[in-house]
Design a protein around this ligand. Structure first.
Ligand code: 6PG
Length: 464
């Protein structure tokens, strides 16, 4: 006998996952450097086995041992790994449940394998509440290592609206953290789209906070239903406890970020797969952080004004849906590209399935995405699915009007504009790149392909 699983790192996420595991019948041993956190764990987790050192934790577990690491990404994971590895036995399973970079997870998987230890990179989404009541879990690791822990991870995971558990092995080594990274990229972009929608209705439409909340509540009953829409409605209805004014009026407009959106954007660039709206959402946070400069510039440059169109709400709804489709299309295309590049064989439909519950980007749209990927598993882009593209075309005119009106009125809508440009670029059979090829060949003799026969050719642009 012994504990079923050990959790190292008993911050809010670690403690909540431990409590969730205990709810599902597991005996959980826990260790944290901080004695206060160990005491909290002992007080809040049913049947908890608090341990005062990593050695004690390892001694408390039944073999083969399963250890869930819930420490901050980066150096702390490496430090913990080197402390644990020499003390583990072949067949033990080490799970990293933090937001680690997938390349670190690839490296750590190889390192653990040298000792016969199985390494699992587990993407966990849903924040504190998700960890406690049911997160979405994206696992990467050897299938034989995941098989014994799968029942427990399935038990603690969220359920999609149809009851499906939101846990899956999405591939080997860093695949789980890769999928979580793209989840966060989509999270950034969808948050940016929603923020632009609120900002547009407020600044171009002059909407009150009540009317804004009503619009979001209405959208959340239809095709746009999602967790982020739901919390946005709540935020719009919330007042500051001190001043009594709408809470958004007192929150400083400078966004923070911890890096996973940036990783998603740079990985897309590295893979050569366009994900402009994910990148734009990161840029938009960076731009927002230049608060003092923006305030100075706003005094120097007057804004343009434009008439408010009558159909603003419905057009903004179209832009939100079109933008969200483009963002998911970008995210899934990057996952497919990563899967090809690293030979992971990621099941995209499984990704759509487990994102339908528990995680921050859960949304009704994922039901359609799941249906599309089940119909055509190798769909090159979600926008090519007839059901999804019909949603795009239905809102096309409204989407365009919003971006045009916002531009005329100097209201910045970077995510919406970028999503529209992505859609327009993707649907253009002939683009401007012939000119780029000509320029490259002109100044650097890089050669170009002709449209009428295969092979590279070069033009002598200047007469000698
Ligand atoms: C989740 C979230 C979470 C992420 C935060 C913070 O899926 O639960 O993605 O993992 O860490 O949202 O991200 P930023 O601080 O970078 O906004």
């Amino acid at each position: 006998i012994g504990a079923d699983i050990g959790v190292v790192g008993l911050g809010v996420m670690g403690r909540n996952l431990a409590a969730n595991l205990a709810d599902h019948g597991a005996t959980v041993a826990g260790y944290d450097l901080d004695a206060g956190r160990r005491a909290d764990f002992a007080a809040h987790v049913a049947g908890a086995v608090p341990c005062a050192s990593p050695e004690e934790l390892l001694g408390a577990l039944k073999a083969p041992r399963t250890i869930l690491m819930m420490v901050p990404a980066g150096a702390p994971v490496d430090a913990l790994l080197s402390a644990l590895l020499p003390r583990l036995s072949p067949g033990d399973v080490l799970i990293d449940g933090g937001n680690s970079h997938f390349r670190d997870t690839n490296r750590r998987s190889a390192l653990a394998q040298q000792s016969g230890v199985h390494f699992v990179g587990l993407g966990v989404s849903g924040g504190e509440e998700g960890a406690r009541r049911g997160p979405a879990l994206m696992a990467g690791g050897p299938a034989e290592a995941l098989a014994p822990v799968a029942p427990l991870l399935t038990a603690i995971a969220a359920r999609a609206p149809d009851g499906d558990p939101c846990f899956a092995r999405v591939g080997p080594e860093g695949a789980g953290h890769f999928v979580k990274m793209i989840h966060n990229g989509i999270e950034y972009a969808d948050m940016q789209l929603i923020s632009e929608a609120y900002y547009l209705l407020r600044n171009l439409g002059g909407f009150s906070y009540e009317r804004l909340a009503d619009s979001f509540a209405e959208w959340n009953r239809g095709e746009l239903a999602s967790y982020l829409m739901e919390i946005t409605t709540d935020i719009l209805r919330t007042r500051d406890a001190e001043s009594g004014s709408p809470i958004l009026e007192i929150i400083r407009d400078a966004a923070g970020q911890k890096g996973t959106g940036h990783w998603a954007a740079t990985t897309a660039l590295e893979l050569g797969m366009p994900a402009p709206t994910i990148a734009e959402a990161v840029h938009a946070r960076c731009l927002s952080a230049l608060k003092d400069e923006r305030v100075r510039a706003s005094a120097a440059f007057p804004s343009h004004t434009a008439a408010t169109p009558d159909d603003l709400v419905s057009s903004v709804g179209d832009a939100l849906l079109g933008g969200r489709i483009a963002v998911y299309a970008q995210g899934f295309a990057v996952i497919a590209a990563g899967s090809r590049q690293f030979g992971w064989d990621v099941d995209l439909a499984a990704v759509a399935r487990i994102w339908r519950g528990g995680c921050i980007i859960r949304a009704r749209l994922l039901d359609r995405i799941l249906a599309a990927l089940s119909r055509t598993p190798d769909l090159p882009n979600l926008m090519l699915d007839p059901e999804i593209s019909s949603l795009m075309t239905r809102g096309d005119a409204g989407f365009r009007r919003v971006v045009a009106q916002a531009t005329l009125a100097s209201v910045p809508v970077p995510a919406m504009s970028s999503a529209l440009a992505y859609w327009d670029g993707y649907r253009s059979g002939r683009l401007w790149a012939n000119m780029i090829q000509a320029q490259r060949d002109y100044f650097g003799a890089h050669g170009y392909e002709r449209i009428d026969r295969p092979g590279m050719v070069h033009t002598e642009w200047k007469p000698a």
